[in-house]
Design a protein around this ligand. Structure first.
Ligand SMILES: Cc1cc2nc3c(=O)[nH]c(=O)nc-3n(C[C@H](O)[C@H](O)[C@H](O)COP(=O)(O)OP(=O)(O)OC[C@H]3O[C@@H](n4cnc5c(N)ncnc54)[C@H](O)[C@@H]3O)c2cc1C
Ligand code: SF4
Ligand code: SF4
Ligand code: SF4
Length: 410
């Protein structure tokens, strides 16, 4: 049975949890805010199924993309509401039109992120746009399997490890399954996001957190959140995207008002994410990227398009699209998107999402130590990012010496 001796070896896809015939694996949140499986040994019958479906213990061969494209959704409204060029919503349309089911990530009522499915276009809107934290898969693999067995078309979208987990969970190729992952920088901790929300917006639990007191001194508490957009392009464009939180207007009407809106580089949660301070441990040595997940399509931002094809860039979002299988290619050809052929190596140099290994920043350890000592997220991130260079170098050297010592002693 699975045993997580090293947390870097579990991406939290929950394939094991959903496949266990004894229902004896449950997920528990650790002190860093990520979910890990735990086995109830008394109920386990040692059937080995959990190991068989784990994308981390059994790695698949990588697929090479058949085509690389720069893509824009011709419907401007859809493109503006998407993080990149709006490929996801076009794929979703085509599946829903055929009576199919689409799986993707949405905010839940606590503004955390979970996977769910939609059978109508109304359910697709909440899936649009990146949510920069790990989504909980719940029972979505089981639900997808049920729809596939009924013969319905299924589009399943998620991180490369979630798609790898799905394929290993199913253990069979379904002609009616279309899977799409994206280039993945890594997923931030849901526990840290929860803490950040509590700290900044109080999540309407009647508290008046420090930041909201400063922003809304005339209010007893922050207005109820009505929307969160990690990739708001409507203010400064796609490249200078903003982190925006919407709330009820101060008069209490349901009309949307911006509670927070700032360029991503100025928002503390986004800074902590982009400096890799609270990614899941598995993200620093990812085993599911670059074709390993066996997704039919890989979606991404086409960073660098302004240099490679400036006449195709209007700063409203361009997708980099990798068509990995014949099925992906055929579905894409039916979509009527604006597309230009592109070169994978050209695109690769502009996008960190291709990297399978990233350095575990010494700031990560410091950050979690500070959080453990009762610091808030904002102060802890700012402290880590504003440390003088010499302190960071010393910490890095200590970590290197520790790693060498560990290697020598094993
Ligand atoms: C955590 C994360 C890291 C990313 N890192 C990179 C990167 O390094 N480089 C890059 O080019 N692109 C990255 N992307 C993907 C990219 O920004 C776009 O989401 C993708 O190109 C699709 O854009 P779109 O315009 O077609 O559709 P959109 O409407 O923007 O895409 C929404 C799709 O993303 C899925 N999704 C959203 N949030 C999550 C989540 N938390 N977990 C699982 N699925 C989710 C939805 O289910 C839906 O399928 C990342 C996305 C996420 C969520
Ligand atoms: S070995 Fe079988 S019964 Fe035991 S935890 Fe794994 S899947 Fe469940
Ligand atoms: S990677 Fe997925 S299947 Fe493997 S142990 Fe972790 S949650 Fe279970
Ligand atoms: S970087 Fe890898 S392990 Fe981390 S979320 Fe993305 S696909 Fe999963």
């Amino acid at each position: 049975m699975i045993h997580i001796a090293n947390k870097a070896n579990c991406c939290g896809c929950s394939a094991c949890v959903q496949r266990c015939p004894q229902h004896c694996i449950t997920l528990h949140e650790d002190t860093e805010g990520f979910l890990y499986p735990e086995v109830n040994m008394e109920a386990c019958v040692d059937c080995g199924l959990c190991e068989k479906v784990c994308p981390w213990t059994g790695r698949s061969d990588a697929l090479q993309p058949l085509q690389t494209l720069a893509v824009r959704n011709p419907k401007e409204e859809e493109r503006l509401a998407s993080s990149s060029g709006g490929v996801f919503v076009a794929l979703a349309h085509s599946v829903i039109e055929k009576g199919g089911v689409v799986f993707g990530a949405v905010f839940d009522e606590q503004w955390e992120v979970k996977h769910t499915y939609a059978e109508k276009m109304e359910g697709i809107r909440p899936m649009m746009g990146c949510k920069y934290l790990q989504s909980r898969i719940g029972n979505c693999y089981l639900e997808a399997e049920k729809f596939l067995r009924q013969g319905r078309e299924v589009l399943f979208t998620g991180t490369p490890c979630q798609i790898a987990g799905l394929h290993r969970f199913l253990q069979k190729d379904y002609p009616n399954l279309l899977s799409a992952d994206f280039l993945c920088h890594g997923v931030p901790s849901p526990g840290i996001w929860r803490k950040y929300l509590d700290e900044t917006l109080g999540r309407n639990r009647g508290k008046a957190p420090l930041l909201s007191k400063a922003l809304f001194p005339f209010l007893k508490r922050t207005p109820p959140i009505t929307g969160i957009n990690f990739r708001d392009k409507r203010i400064y464009g796609w490249k200078n995207y903003c982190f925006t939180v919407y709330g009820q207007s101060a008069s209490g009407s349901q009309r949307k008002a911006n509670v927070v809106s700032m360029i991503h580089g100025k928002n503390t949660f986004m800074r902590g994410f982009l400096y890799d301070i609270y990614l899941r441990p598995s993200c620093y040595r990812c085993k599911c990227k670059n074709g390993v997940s066996h997704s039919d399509l890989t979606l991404a931002d086409y960073w660098g398009i302004n240099e490679l094809m400036p006449d195709f860039d209007d700063d409203k979002g361009v997708s980099l699209l990798l068509l990995n299988t014949r099925k992906g290619l055929e579905v894409f050809q039916s979509l009527h998107m604006e597309a230009r052929p592109s070169n994978l190596d050209d695109a690769r140099q502009f996008n960190g999402g291709f990297k399978e290994e990233i350095e575990i920043s010494s700031r990560r350890e410091t950050f979690y130590q500070l959080i453990g000592n009762g610091w808030g997220v904002i102060n802890a991130v700012e402290k880590c990012l504003n440390d003088p260079m010499y302190k960071r170098l010393i910490r890095r050297m200590i970590r290197k010496i520790e790693t060498i010592r560990r290697h020598l002693s094993t």
